[in-house]
Design a protein around this ligand. Structure first.
Ligand SMILES: Nc1nc2c(ncn2[C@@H]2O[C@H](COP(=O)(O)OP(=O)(O)OP(=O)(O)O)[C@@H](O)[C@H]2O)c(=O)[nH]1
Length: 337
């Protein structure tokens, strides 16, 4: 070898060993020709051990099936292949530093590309480049869970975990629209804890908070459909959307909730209704035949709740919305306690 070529080889040697990337060159039989320092450090296999051996014999702890297929394609059909870390997290048994090659040590996340090359003497080889994507994977994972948390915070009430009013407004609009498009009914329940001011005044605000949390838990446990939406509409007021639910269904749900709160049996010494915490519930339903708008439905449920309060609390009232009746003329139906 002439001295100039020798120097050039040494320079190349330094470059591929300095590079922060795994580089493996294999010949058309899958035998290692080049094995850089990065691969040695992350595999625990030295260049001396690797050169002249096949990858399969070196990586006895398992090459991924996707990697084997990619290598076959690159060597046989001269097709370049990229194994992205999204689909193929860790195709090669390479480990973070210090590499111990212990079974329990997790592999680094990798992006691997295989590029067929032809040497000046016409031989087919394959250059394998490996990038450690663990850092970007961790960052991506953190961003994802962060954005998931942000979206939870934006749609739920921090105290009770029920959906918040903002989420209710969105879902209400969407479910109301669905009634007209799909012809399925929609029921809206407005619920309010009775004499809650007196509860807070007597037992203290933190105890009041615990009541709100328990009530939401209990309400949620009474609803069977994943499409039902429980929201904290105001301080001690809750709105429940029941898509695809007629009056009879809504009434059954309201009674079930009322009974479930009764069985919670939270003492309320200052209630003027009972010796335990109770709810008043207003119901309004909307079907494709009724021509009211979303606000009207909301006002109707609210008026039904107001009526329940006015008529003694701890009861359920229903107000018809159909046929463009005004609230004043709307028909109040007593559904009993
Ligand atoms: N502990 C607690 N109390 C709250 C919260 N939000 C609202 N409240 C209280 O809920 C009470 C609501 O009082 P009112 O609107 O007078 O209603 P009420 O006393 O339940 O009377 P009726 O609804 O007529 O039976 C107020 O004392 C509020 O401070 C909260 O997050 N935690």
């Amino acid at each position: 070898m002439n001295p100039a070529t020798h120097v050039q080889n040494l320079v190349w040697n330094s470059i591929w060993n300095a590079i922060n990337l795994g580089l493996i060159l294999i010949d058309n039989q899958g035998v290692v020709v080049i094995w850089n320092d990065w691969v040695s450090e992350h595999s625990g296999i030295t260049e001396k051990q690797a050169v002249g051996q096949t990858l399969e014999s070196l990586f006895t702890d398992g090459l991924g099936a996707s990697f084997k297929t990619a290598m076959q394609n690159a060597l046989t059909y001269k097709l370049p292949v990229v194994l992205s870390s999204v689909l193929h997290r860790s195709p090669l048994p390479l480990y973070p530093l210090p590499c111990t090659r212990q079974k329990q040590q997790a592999r680094i996340h990798q992006s691997v590309s295989l590029t067929p090359i032809i040497t000046p003497d016409g031989a087919h080889q394959c250059l394998i480049q490996i990038t450690d994507t663990s850092v970007s994977f961790t960052r991506e994972h953190m961003l994802k869970s962060h954005s998931k948390q942000l979206s939870i915070d934006a749609t739920t009430d921090g105290l009770t975990g029920a959906y918040n009013r903002r989420y209710f407004n969105e879902r209400f609009k969407a479910e109301f629209g669905r009634v007209n498009r799909q012809g399925t009914p929609l029921a809206l329940l407005m619920l309010d804890i009775d004499c809650f001011k007196d509860y807070n005044d007597f037992y203290g605000h933190p105890a009041g908070d615990r009541v709100l949390i328990r009530i939401v838990e209990r309400i949620k446990s009474q609803l069977n459909r994943t499409t039902d939406v429980v929201t904290r509409y105001g301080g001690e007021e809750f709105a429940i959307l029941l898509p695809d639910c007629e009056l009879e269904g809504a009434r059954a749900v309201a009674q079930k909730i009322q009974h479930a709160i009764l069985t919670l049996n939270i003492p309320h010494a200052k209630s003027n209704v009972a010796d335990h915490v109770t709810l008043s519930i207003g119901i309004a339903t909307h079907s494709v035949n009724s021509s009211c708008d979303a606000n009207f439905l909301l006002n109707t449920a609210d008026t039904a709740l107001y009526t329940a309060k006015h008529e003694g609390r701890n009861c359920i009232r229903y107000l018809l919305t159909s046929e463009k009746i005004s609230l004043d003329a709307a028909c109040l139906v007593d559904l009993g306690d």
